[in-house]
Design a protein around this ligand. Structure first.
Ligand SMILES: NC(=O)c1ccc[n+]([C@@H]2O[C@H](COP(=O)([O-])OP(=O)(O)OC[C@H]3O[C@@H](n4cnc5c(N)ncnc54)[C@H](OP(=O)(O)O)[C@@H]3O)[C@@H](O)[C@H]2O)c1
Length: 244
C-alpha cells in the first residue's frame, strides 16, 4: 500500500496531460507550486516531485481505479480537474465513416470525462473541486466531414451541464471551454487530413488572422478553474473564438 503524501500544496488532475494543451496546463500549475496527477494514454512520462503520472485509457475499466488511487496518494486539497483528453475524427462524411470511429471518438472525448468523474467524485465533493472540460467550437459549428468529433463535443457540452446541476449541492463547479483552432500538433494533423497544404495561410483566414495559442487557452482554463472571481460560474460553456 502506498503512503499518502502529507503535502498540503493544492492538487489538480489533468487528463490528457501528455497532449499539447494538457501539457501547457500542467506546466502552468506546477510552475505555480501545484501538485498534479497527470494522465497519459499512449505517451508515458516519468513521475517526479510535483507530478504523478498515471496511465488512463477511457476504454479501460482499470483506469478508473488507477486514477482514484493516484489521487488518494496525495492529501492536499483537490482544487481542480482539467479534462483535456480527446481525439479527432478522420474527417470523412458520415456516409463514409465507420460506426467504430463514432464509438472511439465518443469514447475519447466524452466517456473519458465520465470515467474521470467515477474516479474522482467522492474526493471532489469533499474538496469542493472545480472541473473544466475542454470541448471545441466544432460541437456547435457542425461543419461537414467531422461528424464523430462534432457529435462527441456536443455530447460533452450536455454532459458538463448535467454534471454541474447534479453536483452543485456538493459545491462542485463544472464548466466547459470550447476553443476554435489552437496552434498545436493536433491542429496540424487535422489540417493535413482536410488537405490543407499551407497551415499559415489557413490560419491567416481565421477570425483575428491566427489560431489560438496553447498558452492563452491554458491560461483561460486555469483561471476559470481557480480564480476567486470565477467562483460563481458553473454549468457554463465558454467559446474561445471570434466572429467576423
Ligand atoms: N488542438 C486544437 O486545435 C483543439 C481545438 C479545440 C479543442 N481541442 C480539444 O482540446 C483537447 C486537447 O487537445 P490537444 O491539442 O492537446 O490534443 P492532443 O495533443 O492530441 O492530446 C490529446 C490527449 O488525449 C489523450 N487521449 C486520447 N485518446 C484518449 C483515450 N481514449 N483515453 C484517454 N486519453 C486519451 C492523449 O493521450 P496520449 O497522447 O498519451 O495517447 C493526449 O494526452 C482535446 O479534447 C481537443 O479535442 C483542441
Amino acid at each position: 500500500m502506498t503512503t499518502p503524501r502529507s503535502d498540503r500544496a493544492p492538487l489538480a488532475v489533468v487528463t490528457g496531460a501528455s497532449g499539447a494543451l494538457g501539457n501547457a496546463i500542467h506546466g502552468r500549475l506546477t510552475g505555480n507550486g501545484w501538485r498534479v496527477v497527470a494522465t497519459y494514454n499512449t505517451r508515458p512520462s516519468l513521475s517526479d516531485q510535483r507530478t504523478t503520472w498515471v496511465h488512463f485509457d477511457s476504454a479501460d475499466d482499470t483506469s478508473t481505479s488507477a486514477l482514484r488511487q493516484a489521487v488518494d496518494t496525495h492529501t492536499g486539497p483537490l482544487r481542480a480537474v482539467f479534462a483535456c483528453a480527446g481525439a479527432p475524427s478522420g474527417k470523412r462524411p458520415v456516409a463514409e465513416t465507420p460506426v467504430s470511429e463514432f464509438e472511439s471518438v465518443h469514447q475519447a472525448n466524452v466517456l473519458s470525462l465520465v470515467r474521470t468523474w467515477h474516479a474522482l467524485a467522492d474526493r471532489a465533493r469533499r474538496d469542493g473541486t472545480s472541473i473544466v472540460a475542454v470541448g471545441s467550437d466544432a460541437g456547435r459549428a457542425a461543419r461537414p466531414n467531422n461528424g464523430p468529433y462534432t457529435a462527441a463535443k456536443a455530447a460533452l457540452e450536455s454532459l458538463v451541464v448535467t454534471l454541474a446541476k447534479e453536483e452543485e449541492r456538493h459545491g462542485v463547479r463544472v464548466n466547459l471551454i470550447a476553443p476554435s483552432l489552437i496552434d498545436s500538433p493536433l491542429a496540424r494533423h487535422v489540417m493535413a487530413l482536410k488537405g490543407v497544404t499551407d497551415p499559415e495561410a489557413y490560419a491567416a483566414q481565421l477570425p483575428w488572422g491566427r489560431a489560438l495559442a496553447l498558452d492563452e487557452v491554458a491560461a483561460v482554463c486555469v483561471e476559470l478553474a481557480t480564480a476567486a472571481h470565477w467562483s460563481y460560474a458553473s454549468g457554463q460553456v465558454y467559446p474561445l473564438q471570434a466572429v467576423r
